[in-house]
Design a protein around this ligand. Sequence first.
Ligand SMILES: [Fe+2]
Length: 250
Amino acid sequence: MIFAAIADVHGNCAALDAVLADIEKLGIEDVVNLGDCFSGPLEAGITGDILLKNRIPSVRGNHDRALIDRPFEAMGDWEKPAHAQLSAAHLDWLQTLPFDMVFKDVAYCCHGSPKDDLEYWLERLSPEGVLHLRPLDEIEVLAEGIEQTLMLCGHTHIARTVQLSDGRLIVNPGSVGCPGWTDNEPFYHQVEAGHPFASYAVLEETGRGWQVYFRQVRYDNLAMAELARVNGMPRLANVIVGGWLSLRST
Ligand SMILES: [Fe+2]
């Protein structure tokens, strides 16, 4: 069996189009989406049309939940511009998404951790505001009770594979549409991919277990960056252009 895992599209329809074209080029038919589909200042409505048209099985991310669990006035800066673009069909679809699921009987899927869509399953936040690889015992506690040998998560936008001591794998495919972000809770921290490409993962079942292939796809990122800039998010524009939140001199 072979399939693709995507996550954290964040309304970047150009990146999503490029990833779906890459998946098709590889001859892969099955795709699973790990959430955070729309939020941000980009093209939430077009992204919704693509996800619904392709009937991509999806779990609900924290940003997806924030589009449907509170009134518009209480939404944050990432939700308001996205919500304004979403149709009733898009919002109805979000309501149907599960917190977690098992994809094709082989892969456990969630957005953050199996307990909380805001938790970083594979990373720990240092006092300096850096996300480091989390201690294995903490990662494994959260995997207890999950029967699948392959587990998938998103949320941090950091492409990473962790092998548990029993050989099972947890894979974060990275972010399709948002290669960096910042957060002020519980204190300031940030993530930067260091490249602007659309990230996803291919998972292939082999005689030796699951083989993971990370893919990083070029797309027309400048148009999306301009949209972020025009809509008042210059650091997001920077990271979409080059993979860094601040512009670097060349
Ligand atoms: Fe996200």
